[in-house]
Design a protein around this ligand. Structure first.
Ligand code: PLP
Length: 425
């Protein structure tokens, strides 16, 4: 986060409010209709994978001779798993390539843990009196939606610059056997771009938990989504769990949704041999095999780990200017107001904007009145309840550069309007 800047404008507070009001009137007069809500790749990013649309051509056998057109091959194609094993820090033999969405896999893992029995569990989660998950905040709204869907209680845990506050996490998992899991987006987290430190990973792996079947849902959605020259590496959580005597603790998730085609990619699940066998067995009832033709075309298109890196550099060339635009305008318009701080992520898809306490909903409302759709305030917190009502998620990937400029200028105006109104009141 940028440090809160002191307000050094020479204008008095009422004068600043007057200026913000007239800027807001001008914004309303523009009658904009722009959307900054979802973290989707833009059409130009999807174009980078255009070749996939004509692959695999007339080829249908994988490297080991599997006929990809047919049923079977529940683990997914080995050549694709080998490409992603290093990025996801899971040996290819413990990595499944299944379906097109990691969120679906997270959903399925919850369902199977509720209705079946996890390795190490005394009983099905559905038979527990209470099931709770730790939710580092700000976090990903769809994780929270899954918990709500299945009646899993959510316990917010504050984020630090190194990941979730591990003192809080360690205390909660040690004292409450109902705490069965934690959501983690360990690299370039959604939404604040945090990368977990090695120490955080070590503590997550080593901490004693009251629940014998506690799981870390390690959603490594942005494993290769760098925005700078520094390709951040995080510690190997699966190895750390095994080294700490908790080999079954972590479920690793990933996908190519924001690498190739968001609606037609490949998802991955990696874990200990026992957990992989558990998911394979549970999934065998719902599927006779994944879409191996899709996996084959992905393996042909991406080729190897360097192919993925080259491809992600092309994404970065499209994304970086958009993030820079957001950061530049925030600095220009809000930098000397003392009204906002924001993240400057080194990767991923989001920027968080923190406004004065009690102002986020009102900023989003004023922006909506001006035709600017922002992710609803509160979406970054369990039950949509941001107790300080201050965090706004900005998703710069989808709109084009000129739209982003217009939207962020408008958002900055709304922050000044709402912030000064509050200070004057
Ligand atoms: N996990 C995180 C943290 C995300 O931000 C997203 C998409 O925004 C997803 C998962 C969705 O991934 P998938 O498309 O593989 O379901």
């Amino acid at each position: 986060m940028t440090p809160p800047a002191p307000a050094h404008s020479a204008d008095s507070l009422p004068a600043r409010l007057d200026t913000a009001r007239s800027d807001y009137e001008a914004l309303l007069a523009k009658k904009l209709s722009l959307d900054l809500t979802r973290g989707k790749p833009s059409a130009r990013q999807l174009d980078l994978s255009a070749e996939l649309l004509s692959l695999p051509g007339d080829r249908y056998t994988s490297a080991d001779g599997t006929d990809c057109r047919n049923y079977g091959g529940a683990d997914g194609l080995l050549e694709l798993r080998q490409i992603f094993a290093g990025f996801l820090q899971v040996p290819a033999g413990q990595l499944l390539a299944v379906g097109n969405s990691s969120l679906e896999l997270m959903h399925d893992c919850l369902v199977h843990a509720l209705l079946g029995t996890l390795p190490g569990a005394a009983r099905r989660w559905a038979d527990e009196e209470r099931v709770a998950f730790l939710c580092p905040v700000p976090g990903y709204d769809r994780h929270f939606a899954l918990c709500e869907r299945f009646g899993i209680e959510m316990i917010p845990v504050p984020m630090t610059a190194d990941g979730p506050d591990m003192d809080v996490v360690e205390r909660l998992v040690a004292e409450d056997p109902a705490v069965k899991g934690i959501w983690c987006v360990p690299k370039y987290s959604n939404p604040d771009g945090t990368c977990y430190s090695d120490e955080t990973v070590r503590r997550l792996a080593a901490m004693p938990t009251a629940a014998p079947d506690f799981r870390v849902f390690w959603d490594n959605a942005y494993a290769v989504h760098h925005l700078t020259d520094e390709e951040v590496e995080i510690a190997d959580v699966l190895g750390a769990c095994a080294d700490s005597g908790h080999p079954d603790r972590v479920f690793v998730f990933g996908s190519t949704s924001k690498i190739t085609l968001a609606g037609a990619g490949v998802a991955f699940f990696g874990s200990s041999p026992a957990n992989v066998a558990w998911l394979r067995g549970s999934s065998a009832k719902r599927s006779i095999g994944p879409d191996k033709v899709n996996q084959l075309r992905h393996a042909m298109f991406l080729r190897d780990a360097d192919g993925v890196r080259d491809h992600m550099r092309k994404h970065r060339e499209l994304l970086r200017p958009k993030f820079d635009t957001v950061l530049r305008i925030l600095a220009e318009r809000l930098g000397d107001t003392g009204l906002a701080t924001w993240s400057a992520p080194r990767g991923g898809y989001f920027i968080t904007l923190d406004v004065p306490d009690g102002c986020a909903r009102e900023v989003v409302r004023r922006a909506a009145d001006a035709g600017l759709a922002l992710t609803p305030a509160g979406a970054t917190h369990p039950y949509r309840d941001d107790p300080r009502d201050r965090t706004i998620r900005i998703a710069p990937s989808f709109p084009d550069a000129s739209e982003i400029e217009e939207i962020i200028e408008g958002v900055a105006t709304c922050v000044r309007l709402v912030g000064y109104e509050k200070l004057v009141a």
